[in-house]
Design a binder for this molecule. Sequence first.
Ligand code: FRU
Length: 490
Amino acid sequence: MEWTRQQRYQSYDHYTAQQLLELQSQAATDPVQVRYHLHPSLGLLNDPNGFSYFNGQWHLFYQSFPFGATHGIKSWMHTVSEDLVHWRNLGLAVAPDTKFDSHGAYSGSAKAFGDRLFLMYTGNHRDADWNRISYQVGAWMDKDGQVTKLDHELFVNPPHFTELRDPQLLVKDGHYYALLGAQRTADKTGVADLWESDQLESGWHEVGEVDLGQSDLGYMVECPNYVDVDGRAVMIFCPQGLDHQTAPYQNIYPNMYLTGQDFDLTAPRLVNPDETLTNLDEGFDVYATQAFNAPDGTAYAVSWVGLPDTTYPTDDHNWANVMSQVKELHYRDGHLYQTPVEAMADLRHTHHATIFTGQPTVIKEDAGQQFELQVTIEPNQAGTLTLAGDQSLEHGVFLNFDTTAGQLVIDRAKAGQPVAEDHGTTRTLTVPGHQELKLDIFVDHSLVEIFVNDGYKVATLRYFADQAHGQVAFTNPTKATGTLWPIKPY
Ligand code: FRU
């Protein structure tokens, strides 16, 4: 369905209960709907927002257009969790209902202060001539989940940026900082920008552009996030329009990171940063990752599994996109690792585990679409591990490995309904040659997350297979050991 601008910006009150129930049931009953990942209860989900710990719970909000699979007028939906795995959807938290966010409550972050959570985000307003005016705005959420917006903006975008959005609120030495994504007016290039205040609810001023040691950050930076990972400063962001010479990527827009010794907030810069940008995820569909340090210092990240300007087969069922699982971040031996959180293991149906060793071909004929597979492939093996395979293994998500050369090629060309084929149907990961290859794979109906070598690399993808295609098998006998656990829904 083509949405007109008028339809996309229709007020939330316009929709009837009947329509909402219908949309809800479409999202809930679609066979390809994920069962153990956070997903929209209706309509479209995009960026994770306000990922935080508050009042004894994890909070994760997300960008939502609740009325269909299009980027219409955005709000924040609110979810909570006790273990970072089971999420309860509490519904609409930040509606587009003030003069500052009337045309969209865009992305932002959250931080707990005493018994309240402060939400900082970008509000969009359109004037009668449809000119966009963006504001950075704030709201307090109390322990009952009641959100009260400030009656004034925190700051208005200065003229030297055409775009400034997605504030990440940081606190250091009694000062409040906001890290934002921006586009410079002068040459339409992308940059991250830092603001500061001593009062939070007012007194914001620009500190300046953040020097990440890169001359090219494309035409717009979205969703910048700073996080401390085991003492290393990590900057995660989406440099839209990045030159492929600067850093290779295949997705329409990249989600990249840089690490450095420190994030200097006074003369904003990443100190001694990496020379080159690295893809945070080497799969097909990760964007707008949000990371934060929990009260105990642990760094967690979560991503939108979906991309801007991309259509997905579920659009026809009026819902779109899912959230990745939450990952724990670590920095070891000069490298960023991403691993599942501990509670993911609670989802395993341990009584129904399939354990394999020797030289298996078929691991499980009817594994279905809801399982975790841990597999270690011995050195100097080449072949294909198929997920969501049909009987003949002609269809499925193919993981073509070569542990001699050190390569893993993920191929979704024959998985089912196509997605974003213009941007390629394979992704190639380089792994150490002549060594074993360890994979921890999570399959959830239309989502695959692959952790390679204990989280040294991660690759995430959507796939849209016939749900009857539930075979997991190697095409040739392969020296491998591992376990497949069916996963409990929640
Ligand atoms: C990234 C993004 C953000 C913006 C939000 C709007 O996907 O474009 O920059 O705040 O989505 O939904």
